[in-house]
Design a protein around this ligand. Sequence first.
Ligand code: FE2
Length: 190
Amino acid sequence: MTRNEAIEFLGSMNQQKSDMNHYLETEAIMKALAIRFGDDVEYWGMIGLLHDVDWALTRDNLKEHCIKAVKILKQKGFDEEFIQTVQSHGYGYDEIPFLKDKQRENRIEHALVAAETLTGIVYAYALVRSKKISDMSIKGLKKTFNDKRFAENCSRELVREIEKTGLTLYELFELSLNALTEIKEKIGLE
Ligand SMILES: [Fe+2]
């Protein structure tokens, strides 16, 4: 599946604009992380883009989130490793009993859960800054991150999993702000 095909496929499902933004944001951060680690940029990007591939089908039935994804991705020709990586961002959630006791083990898994969770905090922060991301500072983001009442559904603990990849939180913030600023027009920010 090419990137365009993946975007088209996501668009063929019942997505909200904010969902599509989230997929593109996660893709952008995952690509930046792949560059940072000297890993496969296209592969990491595709993981980010498709990590919530079943979201449109499971948003009202969370216990199936990351479960339905398996069949969908298999049908699209993705291998076990890709599918397991996608699924791993659902590990540990009470809402998904089947995945609750599983543990993320490798770098790309920690990176994915950190990246996809951080997008929520950055986006919410941009919204209170009149949608401006281009001049958002790492310091400001850090302060927002530390304010646990802000975007409180975004687990700080999951973002901190980036530290298991050897990167610091600060490095993740820096690289993510750059990556998201680069795609700001595509995600409705300035
Ligand atoms: Fe997500």
